[in-house]
Ligand binder design. Structure first.
Ligand code: GLU
Length: 414
């Protein structure tokens, strides 16, 4: 059997449940889902034909609060991917103390081949189809791969129209003028930067001159790139789905963004060598940040990673076999549920602001974000040192414990 993200998610849960000696009943409950909804999403294409897409919303566990998680549009999306991602949202929210459970949704589609009008119809019909199971206090969607503020605005509008009144808190990651939050757009990238600052300090290294390779210079990757570049790090390699560029002396973040806007890829970017995405992962550097898709660091390349630290910007980029190899090679892996939790943390702040109809300034948001991430990092580090676990195992133990405690104190109905 090919090991995909779902097998990875289960293997991680099983491993940690055993360490924790989690009661079998709770373990079984956490291996399963509260609800999985499959919907068909028929839309009229611009040429008048009808096309039916497949969409999903997976709700993993709501013991600690309403379901929360992104909506992904991708041609190769599978239900199993969404199961893994929904489960991961449960752990992520729990670890950083955000009172939500885990969910994830998506549509199997290639948004790059759709017109804006088709994308809008697709989004609205999908929202309508999942309406029975979402709600401000039920399940709050957000952006993920290939979804953005505009898509959140359409989701919010569709829900509001059908609900009978304006309901900004139904999604997070919305535009500012309809109840979005300051700082949400940069939150995942800024959060990764805060976590890297902590790790670097702990390893007695300095940000200035730190060499960084980033796989995936999209929303999350380029935001980390911007913050690290501005802090004096050397961004030596970046990639898009069409290939990577490398310059050991460092790349100019702003020039990269300008070039990508004009050319739609980094191919032939001046003053840099073109390399493959596989080579990027194996470059000598201080920090490697996989910030694209899942399952990128596998048993095939884990032995060849030359980075001193691996920071998971993407969800699920490292397989359990690769984790094992990296642990043996003493390369610390900062797990996704900690590293990229900034996005959902500020989503939580956005939701709180929407519910209160009272909005905070960006400084307050970023300070609160930093506090939550610093606290989670300290806790993870403490468990890791005290019990000799990898950072991932420590993070999972902390996260699963809070969910298991919530299940236990609430009990099973009826
Ligand atoms: N899609 C993001 C994640 O995977 C954000 C989810 C959210 O804000 O609800 O963490």
């Amino acid at each position: 059997m090919v090991n995909g993200p779902w097998q990875t998610a289960l293997a991680q849960l099983d491993h940690v449940s055993e360490i924790m000696m989690l009661p079998d009943s709770v373990h079984q409950l956490l291996r399963n889902f509260d609800r999985i909804l499959t919907v068909s999403v028929p839309i009229l294409m611009d040429n008048g034909s009808l096309r039916v897409f497949n969409g999903f919303r997976v709700q993993h566990n709501a013991s600690r609060g309403p379901y929360k998680g992104g909506v992904r549009y991708h041609p190769e999306l599978t239900l199993e991917d969404l199961q893994a991602l929904a489960m991961e949202m449960t752990w992520k929210c729990s670890l950083v103390g955000v009172p939500f459970g885990g969910a994830k949704g998506g549509i199997i589609c290639n948004p790059k081949t759709l017109s804006k009008a088709e994308l809008e119809r697709l989004t609205r019909r999908y929202t309508y189809a999942i309406m029975p199971i979402i709600g401000i206090e039920k399940d709050i969607p957000a952006p993920d791969i290939n979804t953005n503020e505009q898509i959140m605005a359409w989701m919010m509008d569709t829900y509001s129209i059908n609900n009978g009144y304006c309901t900004p808190g139904i999604v997070t990651g919305k535009p500012l003028n309809i109840g979005g939050s300051l700082g949400r757009k940069d939150a995942a990238g800024l959060g990764i930067t805060f976590v890297i600052e902590n790790v670097i300090k702990n390893m007695k290294m300095e940000l200035k001159g730190l060499t960084v390779a980033i796989q995936g210079y999209g929303n999350v990757g380029s935001t980390v790139g911007k913050f690290l570049y501005e802090s004096g790090c050397r961004i030596i390699a970046v990639s898009s789905s069409k290939g990577s560029v490398y310059n050991p002396k460092g790349l100019d973040h702003h020039a990269l963004i300008r070039y990508y806007k004009e050319n739609g890829s980094f191919e032939h970017f001046p003053y840099a060598e073109s390399i493959t995405n596989e080579t990027l992962l194996e470059l000598p550097c201080d920090v490697l940040i996989p910030a694209a898709m899942g399952n990128q660091i596998t048993k095939k390349n884990a032995g060849k990673i030359k980075a001193k630290i691996l920071v998971e910007g993407a969800n699920g980029p490292t397989t359990p076999e690769a984790d094992h190899i990296l642990a043996e090679r003493k390369i610390p892996v900062i797990p996704d549920i900690l590293a990229n939790a900034g996005g959902v943390i500020v989503s939580y702040f956005e939701w709180v602001q929407d519910v209160q109809c009272f909005f905070w300034c960006e400084k307050e948001i970023n300070t609160r974000l930093k506090n939550l991430l610093n606290q989670a990092y300290e806790e993870v580090l403490h468990v890791s040192h005290e019990r000799g676990f990898t950072l991932r195992t420590a993070a999972m133990i902390l996260a699963i414990k809070k969910v298991a405690d919530a299940i236990s104190v609430r009990g099973i109905y009826p």
